[in-house]
Design a protein around this ligand. Structure first.
Ligand SMILES: [Zn+2]
Length: 387
């Protein structure tokens, strides 16, 4: 599942995790400050007034300028996170032409998507003043469903090159694992140098129970075949539980609800803040602020649900492989060798963790050994210390 795929399994030392968390707090605060300053300084209104009157052109240009301003403020964060922050090896990633080209492609696609979304939402506001929030939510749900289905075949090839894994033994093991899990494996692939920033760790690409497995070469260097099986089994758990569909449904309900709250806020504040109506593009910063506030309030619930799905996938993997020792060493290696990671505070877990923290995942695997009666004969120490 996406949460485990690219970013979540990327090894990062503890210090970097802490820094990333601190950085995301700063980014979050800036995410509120930026639209607030834009709104209350009068810039939002001034920008609207200098743009052409034609509705669609004005909305599209306003969005492009807003994206450009956002990028200017976030470039330092991007550089810090992707270039300056140490990697597990302790080295920095040096800026290279490939990274720059990838980012330009993302910027192009992201701007196009933002223009499409904002134009659609404001068109719906002007057409259906009372019910736009419902239609806009359904539109985004349909778009996200379409993108989920088409991204592996249409968008990822722009960034990632894959080739079939030459290791026939590992391919055979993973296909056999798929048969036992009830997931059809269409092939086992490895990423080349192009795309390593996008598909790190282990990713399953496909729809329903028909999947391609993509392995980052770094995973194959770090992990044993048994450990790779454990992580692939976890991803297969997500497929069998239809977790992407569940997440999409939850997110769609959230977006519709947040748009409804935005609708109420716009009705209340449009006149006092000098907007000409719901579909006045100058209110875009207010829309962003309201959506962000809704997300901030609901994110602990969304993350808790995500942790529930991740835990279910962990249990699926433990049952399928019956090798908790490999599971523990795999997640330890792939989340940065943090055996001594201090448990996060409760609020850190609420706001930052889509998976259980490593210490809890490890404890759960040990508990699983006890409860399910699976004893790793070669690893008697696994049971020791289990409460
Ligand atoms: Zn997962």
């Amino acid at each position: 599942m996406g949460k485990d795929s690219p970013r979540h399994l990327k090894g990062t030392p503890r210090q970097s995790f802490r820094k990333l968390r601190e950085l995301s707090v700063v980014e979050g605060v800036l995410g509120f400050l930026l639209p607030a300053v834009f709104l209350f300084s009068g810039t939002a209104h001034g920008l609207r007034d200098v743009l052409p009157d034609a509705f669609l052109v004005r909305v599209a240009l306003y969005t492009i300028i807003a994206v450009a301003i956002y990028c200017i403020f976030y470039i330092p964060f991007f550089l810090y996170k992707n270039i300056l922050l140490p990697r597990p090896s302790g080295q920095s990633v040096h800026p290279c032409k490939g990274l720059l080209i990838d980012q330009l492609k993302i910027l192009g696609l992201g701007t196009g998507a933002a223009v499409l979304l904002v134009v659609a939402v404001y068109s719906l506001m002007s057409l259906f003043a009372a019910t736009w929030w419902l239609w806009a939510g359904l539109f985004i749900a349909a778009l996200s469903f379409f993108l989920t289905k088409t991204t592996p075949s249409l968008i990822l090839p722009l960034f990632v090159e894959t080739h079939r894994l030459p290791d026939a033994s590992l391919t055979g093991r993973l296909k056999d694992l798929g048969r036992r899990a009830g997931v059809r494996i269409d092939g086992v692939f490895s990423t080349g140098e192009k795309g390593r920033t996008f598909l790190t760790g282990i990713t399953l690409l496909g729809t329903g129970n028909s999947q391609r497995i993509v392995l980052d070469p770094e995973v194959m260097r770090k992990c044993t075949p048994e450990e790779i099986e454990s992580v692939v089994a976890h991803e297969m758990g997500h497929c069998r539980h239809s977790d992407i569909l569940r997440i999409m449904l939850i997110q769609s309900c959230f977006i519709i609800s947040a748009f409804f709250v935005t609708h109420l806020v716009l009705i209340k504040l449009s006149a006092p803040l000098g907007f000409s109506g719901l579909a006045d593009i100058a209110n875009l910063p207010l829309v962003i602020l309201t959506m962000e506030a809704c997300f901030f309030l609901v994110s602990p619930l969304l993350r808790a649900y995500n942790r529930h799905l991740e835990t279910a996938a962990d249990i699926f993997a433990l049952r399928l492989t019956a090798n908790p020792a490999a599971f523990i060493t795999a997640i330890t290696k792939l989340t940065g060798n943090n055996r001594d990671e201090a448990p996060p505070t409760r609020w850190e877990e609420w706001f930052f963790f889509d998976h259980l923290p490593l210490c809890k995942r490890t404890a759960m695997a040990k508990l699983f050994v006890k409860n399910e009666g699976i004893f790793a004969v070669d690893n008697p120490g696994l049971i020791a210390g289990t409460n």
